[in-house]
Design a protein around this ligand. Structure first.
Ligand code: HAM
Length: 427
C-alpha cells in the first residue's frame, strides 16, 4: 500500500484543488504578515520546533487540554521528555530569558511564523500540525499595550480584506481574583453536577473556569445563572479593563465584552481576547491572545508584564476563501524555450540562463522530448511566450516567438530576445 500522510496533517503544494493549500497563497499571506509586523515594530524570532516538555507544563498549565491531552511528547535517546511545540508563547519567553534579551538588545517586541502541533480530533479548521503567526510584547503592563496588540491583530485581518469578524474581550483578573472566582463558580455548579456534560463534569474537579467555555447547550443554559468573573475583579483589574474598552472605542475597534471568555491556556491575566469569524463554522476563532503578566517570573525570568496573540494561518486562509478575498496571480514563465537537438539545447540553456540572471522567469525544456511535449508544458505552465529553437533558427539567428494567449507570433532576432521581452512587458 502506498504511504499516506498522518491524519490531521496536510501538504502545501504548488497547485491543488483545495486552494488554501496552494503555496503561493501561503507566501502572499506570510509577506503581508512580515510587513505588518515591521510596521508595528515587531522583530522576528525563530525558536526550535521542540522543547523540553516541562516548559509547556509550567506555562500552558498541567490541567489545560493542551498539556493534559494534546501534546506530541516523546523521550529522546537519553530518555529526556521532549514535546513538539503546541504554541509559540512559552518558547519565546524561554528564549527571552535564556538569551537575556532584556539586557542585551533592548528588543521587547517579537513575532514568529511557524508550525505548531496539537493532537486533537481533526476537523475543518482544526489540524494536528497547523501554523501560527504570533506576536509577543514584553515589559509593558499598560492597557495601551493590550490595545496595541488587539489593533495589530485586527489590522492584519483588515489588510487581508476580511470583514465579517467580531472582537470578543474579557478580563480574567489577577491570580487571586481567579482563585476566589474559581471557588464561587464551583460552589454554584456543584449542586447541578449531575446535569453537566461529561467534559464539564471532569473540569469541575480540575479546571472549573473552562466550563464557561463549554459548547454544550445544557451547560450553557445552566451557566446563564452563574456568577460572573467580572463581578470579582479587583479595583486595579477593573480600572485596567475599563481603560482597554475606552481605548478600543478611541481607535474605532468594535468589540463585545464576553464574561465567559476564559481561554484554554493557564498563563493569562487581565485582558483576554478572541477574534471570531462568522464564516468558519465550529472552529470560528481566527486569532486570540491576551495579557500574561506572571509568565516570565514563573519561568524563572524577570517579573515583566507581557501581552500577545496568535492567529492560525489555516483559518485565515479558509476565511479569506469564504469571503472571496483576492490573491495575487501566481508568477508564470515569461518565456518557454523548446530546443530541438543538442546544439539548440546548449544555446537555449545559455540564453535562458542569461535571461534568468536578468530577472526573467524562463523555462527551458531540457528533456529532449518532442516539440508537442514542450508546447503542452508551455501551455500548462501558462507561459506568456514560447519559442522553438532548432538548427535552422540558430543558423538564421531568427526565431518565431509565440504569444500563447493570443495565438500570435513575432519574428525576433536571437540576440534581441531580451529587448523584445522588455518591449512587450511595457505594452
Ligand atoms: P490559542 O488560542 O491556543 O492561543 O491559539 C491561537 C490560534 O491558533 C487560534 O485562535 C486558532 O486560530 C489557531 N489554532 C489553535 N489550534 C489550532 C488547530 N488545532 N488547528 C488550526 N488552528 C489552530 C495560543 O496558542 C497562544 N499562544 C496565543 C498567545 C500568544 N497568547 C499570548 N501570546
Amino acid at each position: 500500500m502506498a504511504y499516506t500522510i498522518p491524519k490531521g496533517l496536510f501538504d502545501i503544494l504548488p497547485q491543488t484543488k483545495e486552494e488554501w493549500r496552494t503555496a503561493s497563497r501561503w507566501q502572499y499571506l506570510e509577506n503581508i504578515l512580515h510587513a505588518a509586523a515591521a510596521d508595528y515594530g515587531f522583530k522576528e524570532i525563530r525558536t526550535p520546533i521542540f522543547e523540553k516538555t516541562e516548559l509547556f507544563v509550567r506555562s500552558v498549565g498541567e490541567s489545560s487540554d493542551i498539556v493534559s491531552k494534546e501534546m506530541y511528547t516523546f523521550p529522546d535517546k537519553k530518555g529526556r521528555s521532549m514535546t513538539l511545540r503546541p504554541e509559540g508563547t512559552a518558547p519565546v519567553i524561554r528564549a527571552y530569558i535564556e538569551e537575556q534579551l532584556h539586557q542585551i538588545s533592548g528588543e521587547s517586541k517579537f513575532y514568529y511564523i511557524g508550525p505548531m502541533f496539537r493532537y486533537d480530533r481533526p476537523q475543518a479548521g482544526r489540524y494536528r500540525q497547523f501554523h501560527q503567526f504570533g506576536a509577543e510584547a514584553i515589559g509593558v503592563g499598560t492597557p495601551e499595550q493590550d490595545v496595541e496588540m488587539i489593533d495589530f491583530l485586527c489590522e492584519i485581518f483588515r489588510r487581508l480584506g476580511l470583514k465579517n469578524l467580531t472582537v470578543h474581550i474579557n478580563s480574567v483578573g489577577d491570580a487571586e481574583t481567579r482563585e476566589v472566582y474559581r471557588e464561587k463558580l464551583a460552589e454554584f455548579l456543584e449542586p447541578h453536577k449531575g446535569s453537566l456534560s461529561e467534559d464539564s463534569k471532569a473540569r469541575l474537579e480540575k479546571n472549573v473556569l473552562r466550563i464557561l467555555d463549554s459548547k454544550d447547550l445544557d451547560d450553557q443554559k445552566l451557566l446563564e445563572g452563574a456568577p460572573s468573573l467580572l463581578d470579582f475583579l479587583s479595583l486595579e483589574a477593573k480600572t485596567h479593563f475599563e481603560r482597554v474598552q475606552t481605548l478600543l472605542k478611541l481607535l474605532g475597534i468594535p468589540f463585545v465584552v464576553d464574561p465567559n471568555l476564559v481561554r484554554g491556556l493557564d498563563y493569562y491575566t487581565h485582558t483576554v481576547f478572541e477574534v471570531m469569524s462568522d464564516k468558519l463554522g465550529a472552529q470560528n476563532t481566527i486569532g486570540a491572545g491576551g495579557r500574561y503578566d506572571g509568565l516570565l517570573a514563573t519561568l524563572g525570568g524577570p517579573a515583566l508584564p507581557s501581552c500577545g496573540f496568535a492567529t492560525g494561518l489555516e483559518r485565515v486562509l479558509h476565511t479569506m476563501e469564504s469571503e472571496g478575498s483576492s490573491f495575487p496571480p501566481p508568477r508564470n514563465p515569461d518565456l518557454f524555450l523548446i530546443p530541438m537537438g543538442e546544439k539548440a539545447l546548449e544555446a537555449c540553456l545559455n540564453k535562458g540562463t542569461y535571461l534568468r540572471h536578468q530577472g526573467w522567469s524562463v523555462e527551458i525544456e531540457l528533456s529532449g522530448k518532442k516539440i508537442q511535449y514542450g508546447l503542452k508544458r508551455a501551455n500548462e505552465l501558462h507561459a506568456k511566450f514560447c519559442a522553438v529553437v532548432g538548427e535552422r533558427e540558430l543558423a538564421s539567428q531568427q526565431i518565431e516567438v509565440k504569444e500563447m494567449a493570443l495565438h500570435t507570433a513575432s519574428a525576433v532576432n536571437w540576440n534581441d530576445l531580451e529587448t523584445f521581452l522588455k518591449m512587450r512587458r511595457s505594452l
